[in-house]
Design a protein around this ligand. Structure first.
Ligand SMILES: [Zn+2]
Ligand SMILES: [Zn+2]
Length: 330
């Protein structure tokens, strides 16, 4: 079977796109489980010198000498930049597309301060940089979707301890994002309201799933989370695009996220987690007025086993109301 070094392939039955990134030259031992979240020494940490760890420097904030935050290309990118246009092609019955896109790392300076422990100034700077890079990458003709995410701890997929955040663009809208978008669209058509505005309202009337709330944002557990202690941070104002949110809104989302993650870390020893943005695709901006951007937080406490893999149905061992009660307890 012919293959490119960077390629996305579509599963014939599920229609899911899978990214193949084989440049690491994986050995069998690379797949063994290393799942303890352990503080690593600063000495020898590759992210003390981010541009040396990656492939140079994209930008330092506020400047190279007094940096608080640096953006570097990922040394092991999942996709690669190209001036050529990526188009879906056929290989017999199979479809594929060139793996063209951007894969950047955003590295905060302090070796130990992960997101809930960043100063509010640095957390604001981080989100401003997310927005700046997002807008920049969105201009590339090969960008269909941009994912911003954070992996904290080896169980969440972080191979380096030093806190870092990732921005990864794909030439197709991933199926998971498409599914969330079309469900939100159907809900709006049927019920006449935004599914996320509605979920915020329901959380407010139920009260027992709220972790933190202020005037502009809310952190709450959804009614049917897939994972124990999973939660969501939403701006209260209906808005489809993270990149268009106001500074006040983003500031409020940051505070809710820091507060809720602080509670999670206090209650769950060495919690490993992912957080990621759910926002509208970058093209055809008028088509996504029904969507409501938010941040999803998934603690990695469970390992999906045979049943989950075969059915896509997760087994959760705690009701969200009980999980939130634990998070909110003194
Ligand atoms: Zn470090
Ligand atoms: Zn909404």
């Amino acid at each position: 079977m012919p293959k490119n070094k960077y390629e996305l392939r579509q599963n014939l039955t599920s229609k899911e796109w899978i990214i193949f990134s084989t440049n690491r030259g994986s050995k069998p031992s690379d797949f063994s489980i290393k799942n303890e979240l352990k503080k690593q020494p600063k000495r020898g940490c590759v992210f003390e010198n981010p541009e040396k760890a990656g492939g140079g420097l994209i930008k330092a904030f506020p400047d190279n000498k007094n940096w608080h935050l640096k953006v570097v290309p990922n040394k092991f990118p999942s996709v690669v930049f190209s001036k050529k246009k990526a188009i879906v092609k056929n290989r017999g019955p199979f479809k594929y597309i060139d793996g063209f896109g951007h894969h950047e790392l955003v590295i905060t300076k302090n070796h130990d301060n992960n997101f809930p422990n960043l100063s509010i100034e640095d957390a604001n700077l981080l989100f401003n940089v997310f927005r700046e890079r997002y807008q920049n990458i969105a201009k590339d003709k090969n960008t269909a979707y941009i994912s911003i995410f954070h992996n904290w701890g080896p169980r969440a997929g972080a191979s380096i301890y030093h806190p870092h955040y990732q921005i990864l663009s794909t030439p197709v809208v991933p199926l998971e994002a498409e599914r969330h978008l079309s469900n939100a669209k159907n809900f709006k058509q049927k019920e006449g309201v935004c599914v996320h505005c509605q979920q915020i309202k329901l959380a407010q009337s139920d009260k027992d799933r709220i972790i933190h709330e202020d005037e502009l944002s809310i952190a709450f557990a959804p009614y049917a989370p897939q994972e124990p202690f999973e939660f969501r941070v939403s701006p209260k104002n209906h808005s489809p695009y993270f990149e268009d949110a106001s500074e006040y809104e983003v500031h409020s989302v940051i505070k809710s996220l820091q507060t809720a993650l602080g509670k999670l870390e206090k209650k769950i020893n060495k919690a490993n987690y992912n957080f990621y943005f759910r926002t509208s695709p970058v093209k055809d901006k008028n088509n996504y007025k029904f969507y409501h951007w938010h941040i999803q937080i998934v603690p990695r406490l469970n390992i999906s086993a045979g049943f989950e893999l075969t059915t896509g149905m997760e087994v959760n061992s705690i009701f969200p109301e009980d999980a939130v009660k634990i998070l909110n307890s003194k």
